[in-house]
Design a protein around this ligand. Structure first.
Ligand code: BG6
Length: 494
């Protein structure tokens, strides 16, 4: 697919996401020569800034995030693409003027991508104003809307939002973004599984004991208190990013990499997940909130002491859950997922634990019990694919130890690109394979809704964990004594 010149219209352009991700990503795409000639970026913001001020703001955003070095010549070229449109997104006037700018200025390509980097409560309003101005009509070029997560607050609100936005847009025009799908290592999960014949025969309930998915962060909620307190870890990470990882690890091979083929397989996994009845929520899910502690040697405050957090908040900053996929491949294999803020270490990983081999062969030796084989996929910050195997220790005795085989994903001179670069380019190409279809979002909500509903009625109890730890004691989720959270990607310290 070819990327076509387009006008990127960014709502919320002065906000955090645009600052740390979108503008730097667009600059890096320009630097790599991947932005089609003629591409323009029109920022919409409330602040009374002129073009001069906007350019200096973007310069700061890009300089702060430039990979390796800031290239003045590239920035000069990039800045010629940039425009600022001052307006209040709650007022029709903003859109009337926007329409005039887009249609009169010869500069702006008629293919338009509207990026909604705004509060989810504003999604429908902005789309309805754009639609009033006929800005989604594809008479002169394609029109696409990129919608950030969270898509809805629960199943009902997601359905209501979908109903509302489908009055203005066709499904082909909607790009629901989950930036995890743009991460190089996440895409590598598919390559690892489907481009290597050795794994497929083992990738099922006959050989796999359980699967773990961890996303831990050492940062807290930063300046996002209002948003975070209404979302919590389950909505913020588990319902979206972690369930997406789960689908990639467990889905059947799609017939092609084409968007619908890929999404059909992901939806089949989500549909096969055993529903959690309300009375079983405590056996399947756990939540916690950080108390004060130390992270990387620095003293940090508790969640309740963070800015904009009510003193009696029971919002979870840690959430874990156990799921089962009731299909032929996975029935009976528990999948454990956890995420948390202010944990010991920032790490995203998928760990697959294989069953123990029968050991009678070693009966008369000093080998008491060998470790299970694991496949470890580090997503960030360490990117790796590792297989842990048992080998004999050198020497006269028959003893064993664990050794790991590494399939490195990237050489040192191959720089990581940010997920947003990949995804922003896919929008220009019209490739929706790394964006979510509504049924994916819907089934993901169906999975977590009973948990959220139960937690909402039990507001007075939530476990705590010291900031800087690996989270609260939630071992009761595990089916067997031999199972526990794996926090390390190396064999020495499990
Ligand atoms: C976002 C969440 O979607 O993902 C944040 O809202 C979280 O709370 C972030 O910190 C994690 O993304 P990444 O790419 O830093 O792992």
């Amino acid at each position: 697919m070819n990327a076509e010149p387009c006008t990127y219209v960014i709502f919320g352009a002065t906000g955090n996401l645009s600052r740390i991700k979108l503008m730097p990503a667009l600059y890096h795409l320009d630097m790599a020569g991947r932005l089609p000639q003629g591409t323009r970026i029109l920022a919409i913001g409330r602040r009374p800034w002129d073009q001069q001020k906007w350019l200096s703001e973007v310069r700061d955003m890009v300089q702060a995030k430039a990979r390796d070095y800031f290239d003045e010549a590239v920035f000069l070229r990039f800045s010629e693409r940039l425009y600022y449109h001052q307006g209040n997104i709650d007022e029709a006037e903003c859109y009337r003027r926007l329409n005039l700018t887009l249609s009169e200025g010869q500069n702006f390509p008629k293919n338009i991508a509207f990026y909604l980097s705004i509060s989810p409560s504003d999604f429908a309003t902005v789309l309805s104003f754009l639609s009033d101005q006929q800005l989604f009509s594809e008479e002169y070029g394609w029109r696409r809307a990129i919608i950030e997560k969270p898509f809805g607050y629960d199943l009902d609100s997601a359905k209501a939002l979908q109903k509302r936005i489908s009055q203005y847009l066709t499904e082909e025009q909607i790009y629901r973004i989950d930036h995890y799908l743009g991460k190089g290592m996440v895409q590598n999960v598919l390559v690892f599984r489907f481009a290597n014949v050795m794994l497929e025969p083992l990738w099922n309930r006959n050989y796999i004991d359980h699967i773990q998915i961890t996303h831990s962060e050492s940062i807290g909620i930063e300046s996002r208190g209002d948003y975070y307190n209404s979302a919590g870890a389950m909505r913020d990470m588990l319902q979206s990013h972690l369930l997406q990882l789960l689908t990639l690890v467990t889905m059947e091979p799609p017939v092609s990499m084409e968007a619908e083929a890929l999404r059909d397989e992901k939806v089949k996994v989500l549909k096969s997940i055993r529903p959690i009845p309300k009375e079983a929520v405590h056996a399947h899910a756990f939540r916690g909130q950080y108390s004060k502690g130390h992270v990387n040697g620095e003293k940090v405050v508790s969640y309740l002491e963070e800015a904009n957090i009510p003193k009696d908040s029971s919002t979870e900053t840690y959430a874990s859950m156990k799921l089962y996929i009731d299909n032929w491949r996975w029935r009976g294999v528990p999948i454990y997922m956890r995420t948390g803020k202010r944990m010991a270490k920032a790490q995203s990983s998928i760990s697959i634990c294989f069953r123990h081999p029968p050991l009678q062969f070693f009966r008369d030796t000093q080998v008491q019990c060998t470790n299970a084989n694991w496949i470890l996929m580090g997503i960030q910050p360490e990117e790796c694919i590792r297989m842990e195997m048992t080998v004999k220790e050198p020497g006269l005795e028959m003893r064993t130890r664990t050794s790991s085989l590494d399939a490195s994903f990237r050489n040192e001179d191959e720089k990581a690109i940010d997920a947003y670069e990949d995804l922003l380019l896919d929008v220009l190409k019209g490739d929706r394979s790394l964006f979510l279809r509504f049924d994916e979002v819907e089934y993901a909500w169906r999975i977590v809704d009973p948990i959220l509903q139960t937690w909402a009625t039990e507001r007075d109890y939530i476990a705590t964990y010291p900031a800087g730890s690996w989270g609260p004691e939630d071992n009761r989720l595990f089916d067997k004594e031999s199972q526990s959270w794996r926090s390390s990607l190396t064999p020495e310290s499990k």
